[in-house]
Design a binder for this molecule. Structure first.
Ligand code: CTP
Length: 417
């Protein structure tokens, strides 16, 4: 496929070098078109070396081949990453004062923009209006991720990870990491992601380190494979997975309600969220203050419902496949897999995805390594690598357990004749 990769002048331009790598390694022919100012961040040599193609920002170079028309018209997909506030404004206004904006006017293929800028710029009414204009014309403008920005500030405005941008862009032209796989077409899947937070008082909570990356990768993979996807996201600040409906929640109680509501007509429920096992018995109405002489604070916690075990017992829709995750560290009583197998037998889910967590493992890192076990704790599959690769292995294990589509569709329908 011929991809035009536009790069505008943001500090995140260096991440596009990785994006370019992902696209060329997947066999695509990528032509990089940076804006003039973006050369302040990444130089021409980098783009030319990585793409193996000449690179220019100018309309007035190589005039005889009318590059701005040829590039736009011949592209099968355009990706702009990072898309700065200025680039969004110029694209929304239909300007053509450099090769990238001119090519955007001549392109007739799907266009995806991945914005990156400071939160204030992203939230400014001018930028909001430009994004709305572009979206109304059919351009896919990703939501930026939240997190640390260039300075000391943090908030929405980070460029999504290169793998997420590549997956979202390729999904626009019907190409995913499993090209041609539509084995979840016609299925509704629910994925919980992230980590729940239990309030101690109006400003504090008990939480965990889950970022939601694995859950989001599962949701994106399911959407690529044709499913209709609902994500119940607990405190996740990543860009929404393409093709999924995302419901944001904070606490275990909210997560339980929203997962159960969505699960009523789901073929599969995957509990990838890290759910708090305990919640404060009586969250304080006002901020907890320390008094002179206080040497410690004792909190009374009560058990939360086990959402996964409940779903496995209730099977809110006949034939529903229920999948859990087991985040384990291993201890004196057993290693990661021993704990995982025991948990599989306890929870009653059809599949349990066991992964080791701890410093540099599982949570908040791009890579993951898992063993998928069945309800008896027997190995079904193993996967390691990117969270996207792991997600596809999990779906590969789920698909054989699904009731045939006709049977699933007939559930609850009155008998014919
Ligand atoms: N889970 C859940 N509800 C809870 C706790 C966990 O639905 N209250 C789900 C998680 O989403 C995950 C699975 O159960 O799919 C296992 O979570 P994990 O934290 O590994 O296990 P726990 O049930 O908390 O067991 P333990 O405390 O023994 O590790």
């Amino acid at each position: 496929m011929r991809i035009l990769l536009g790069v505008s002048a943001g500090i995140a331009a260096y991440k596009s070098a990785l994006l370019l790598r992902l696209l060329t390694e997947a066999g695509h022919d990528v032509r990089v078109v940076p804006t003039r100012a973006s050369f302040e961040f990444v130089g021409r040599a980098t783009w030319e070396a990585l793409s193996g193609q000449p690179v220019t920002s100018e309309v007035f170079e190589d005039v005889p081949s009318v590059e701005h028309v040829r590039l736009g018209k011949s592209a099968d997909l355009v990706i702009v990453a990072p898309a700065t506030a200025d680039l969004l404004a110029r694209a929304a206004a239909g300007r053509s004062d450099d090769l990238l904006t001119a090519a955007l006017l001549t392109a007739r293929c799907p266009v995806l923009m991945a914005p990156a800028m400071h939160t204030e710029m992203w939230e400014h009414p001018a930028t909001r209006a430009n994004v709305a204009t572009l979206r109304s014309r059919g351009v896919t403008v990703l939501e930026p991720a939240s997190g640390r920005l260039t300075g000391v500030d943090s908030g929405p405005g980070r460029l999504p990870e290169p793998a997420e941008i590549a997956a979202a862009a390729l999904a626009l032209v019907g190409e995913g990491s499993s090209p041609g796989e539509t084995d979840l077409a016609g299925r509704h899947v629910v994925v919980s992601a992230g980590g729940t937070r239990e309030p101690l008082d109006p400003v504090r909570f008990l939480g965990n380190r889950s970022t939601g990356r694995q859950g989001y990768a599962l949701a994106a993979a399911a959407a690529r494979r044709g499913a209709s996807v609902t994500v119940v996201a607990a405190n996740v600040s990543l860009a929404d997975p393409v093709g999924a409906t995302v419901v944001h929640v904070e606490t275990t109680a909210e997560l339980r309600d929203r997962v159960r509501a969505a699960a009523v007509d789901a073929d599969v429920v995957v509990m990838a969220a890290a759910v708090a096992d305990f919640t404060p018995a009586r969250p304080a109405e006002h901020k907890i203050k320390k008094s002179a002489g206080d040497e410690g604070l004792t909190l009374e916690l009560v058990r939360t419902p086990d959402v996964l075990a409940e779903l496995a017992t209730a099977r809110l829709r006949p034939g529903q496949v229920v999948v859990g995750f087991a985040a384990e560290t291993g201890d004196d009583d057993g290693d990661v897999l021993e704990h995982g197998r025991a948990k599989a037998r306890r929870k009653g889910a059809d599949l349990l995805v066991v992964n080791a967590v701890g410093p540099g493992l599982g949570f908040a890192v791009a890579e993951n390594a898992v063993t998928v076990v069945d309800a008896q704790g027997r190995d079904v599959a193993r996967a390691s690598g990117s969270k996207d690769a792991v997600a596809d292995v999990v779906w590969d294990a789920v698909v054989p357990l699904l009731a045939p589509p006709a049977e699933a569709a007939a559930d609850g329908a009155p008998p014919l004749g």
